[in-house]
Unconditional design. Structure first.
Length: 88
């Protein structure tokens, strides 16, 4: 077990670039990773697959962060508090 076992990490912009690198590292360290994306669901799913390929746990969250209230919705989705969330 990694040093982050039992914890969940929310990484915004985790479908590519620096965000993806951070998400993959957190996954290797044992965290369950919420892989946020704004538009590119396929890239986010690739990040999840990469994390799972090395034994980690991850799931995608698609929320466009521009509109008012979007950051709050992303947080609610990542914690499972928004009605209708079924990925936990």
């Amino acid at each position: 077990m990694g040093v982050l076992a039992g914890r969940t990490a929310l990484v915004t912009g985790a479908s590519r670039g620096i965000g993806r690198g951070i998400a993959e590292r957190l996954g290797r360290d044992g965290a369950r990773v919420a892989v946020h994306y704004g538009r590119d669901e396929a890239a986010a799913k690739e990040t999840v697959a990469a994390i799972e390929a090395v034994g980690g746990s991850a799931f995608t969250l698609g929320v466009e962060l521009g509109p008012s209230g979007a950051a709050e919705a992303l947080w609610e989705d990542s914690t499972g508090t928004r009605t209708g969330w079924t990925s936990w």
